[in-house]
Design a protein around this ligand. Sequence first.
Ligand code: C2E
Ligand code: CA
Ligand code: CA
Ligand code: CA
Length: 276
Amino acid sequence: QGGASHLHYRPDMGGSSNDHAHLGAELRAALGTDQLFLLYQPLVSLDDASMVGVEALIRWKHPERGLVSPADFIPLAERTGLILPLGRWVLARACRQAVTWTERYGDAAPQVINVNVSARELREATFPDQVAEILAETGLPPHRLVLEITETTVLTLGASVTNLHALREMGIRVALDDFGTGQSTLTLLHDCPVDELKLDRSFTQSDAGDRRDTMAVAVIQLARALGLDTVAEGVETAQQADRLRALGYEVVQGFYFARPLSVEQVEGELAAAHTP
Ligand code: C2E
Ligand code: CA
Ligand code: CA
Ligand code: CA
């Protein structure tokens, strides 16, 4: 076990369990250091282009490997259980940030903060209590927090529906992320109490009239019928934004409007919008 073995890491070696164990240990050590930080991607109103909310997205700046994608280390954190302290850290950090922005920028601050929650977290019986504690500590009103869960999260975890009820009872909102990509979307909506649907970007990025566009049409109709809010993710072009507006989508997210931003970048936007 040479101390420098990680220097030989290449992405295509990612399958080896030794390497995963190593990365897992490094992730554990990174927790609580500034190697882990959050970016915030604006959720934008199609009405007036205002920032109605932000989604917190975690980043890991590894000292040797550089930026490691959450798509790589979140699954690892889920397998090792590290997602529990990591998820708590993300939630507390994001809630505190939202309160700070409101103190500084008033009404110009993002109204809601969206936080991704993994299956492993939602399954914990104590999860609703942990969230309540974080809200109490930070002073964030529950209606300003949106927890994003995926269809797979809910499907794999019957018991977590109880937690969803508890969270919504507290006034917290729940959004179904990557909506439309799952196997049994309609069954899920029937069983799972949520407030919002986030249209997966594979449907957002379609051309009018094609098969995937039909999903964008169907989802907004479904949301209206069920009284749910919608967000369309992954908007990359003006045409996609126009199409979504025509379909009745009101809030969107995507590189066309804004990439995930650092705290400083968000504050630049807010300072411009804030008229004290
Ligand atoms: P997600 O929740 O679906 O987040 C949206 C992803 O799409 C983000 O990738 C974002 O950077 C990217 N994206 C946004 N706009 C566009 C666009 O216009 N085009 C394209 N092609 N992509 C766009 P990111 O930040 O790499 O995150 C990947 C996934 O990692 C997230 O997918 C989420 O599932 C997970 N993740 C990120 N942060 C956290 C976290 O704090 N906790 C948990 N449990 N999962 C997280
Ligand atoms: Ca998300
Ligand atoms: Ca998504
Ligand atoms: Ca996703």
